[in-house]
Design a protein around this ligand. Structure first.
Ligand SMILES: [Zn+2]
Length: 247
């Protein structure tokens, strides 16, 4: 049987037996694919450096009858995040992108929009910028997964939130006006709502020149992560790690 060939982003690898690796790939061809890379730890020729998380690769694989896991034949590096030096905060940011893709994408369902988003955000994460690409990625993943609520009206009474305060709560889908907010709600600032609106109609590269400390959009990220965690019904490991990183 002919090998399938696809651009892919490596999401995770786990050691399997002595020298094999279990690899999760986000392929352009058919979405998230899990496969076994035989003797990957020994074979520099077939996999040399290509299985580091978030490497953009060309993957060759095939499916075996009655087996859930694909057989990963080889990978060629197209672009590696290791090409530039990796700081701890950048490693956490890359891990966050990988975790979101791994948790949110269904198996074997292609999404060119998510693939293009991921490549564009990974490109921005090569520079010094951290919080801008993360915010952009979380926002667009929430939208592309179909979880993003309306920013302009109260989810309870339908009143417009333009020019007034907006609140969110871990157990509520959407923003609430001052009258309908629940106890222990947090506020989503007008600045962050404006940033979200701008990001939803712009490319990530358009924000590249903006100085973006951690405080910018932090309420927006908290709001988005609450939505995402509610849908996957678990806490994101990398969310806690990001929280501990300084400005
Ligand atoms: Zn309301």
């Amino acid at each position: 049987m002919a090998l399938k060939e696809s651009e892919a982003i490596v999401l995770r690898t786990y050691p399997l037996r002595e020298s094999d690796l279990l690899v999760t790939l986000f392929t352009r061809l058919e979405g998230k694919v899990k496969g076994v890379a035989r003797a990957a730890k020994k074979s520099k020729r077939r996999f040399g450096g290509a299985l580091e998380p978030l490497t953009y690769v060309r993957a060759f694989y095939d499916d075996r009858e009655r087996q859930e896991l694909a057989r990963l034949d080889s990978c060629e590096v197209i672009e590696s995040p290791m090409a530039t030096e990796i700081s701890y905060s950048r490693a956490v940011a890359l891990g966050h992108v990988a975790e979101l893709l791994d948790e949110l994408l269904p198996d074997r369902e292609a999404s060119d929009a998510v693939f293009r988003l991921s490549l564009a955000v990974l490109r921005e994460l090569r520079g010094a910028a951290l919080w801008m690409p993360i915010t952009y990625f979380e926002l667009w993943m929430t939208r592309l997964m179909g979880f993003l609520p309306e920013f302009t009206e109260c989810v309870v009474c339908g009143r417009s939130l333009e020019g007034s305060r907006a609140f969110y709560h871990a157990l509520v889908d959407g923003l609430m006006c001052r009258d309908d907010k629940r106890v222990a709600s947090s506020e989503l600032s007008p600045e962050s709502r404006k940033i979200a609106a701008q990001m939803l109609r712009s490319r990530v590269s358009e924000f590249a020149e903006i100085d973006w400390p951690k405080a910018v959009g932090s309420d927006l990220r908290k709001f988005l992560l609450q939505i995402l965690e509610r849908h996957i019904e678990k806490k994101l490991v990398t969310a806690g790690m990001l929280e501990k990183i300084g400005s």
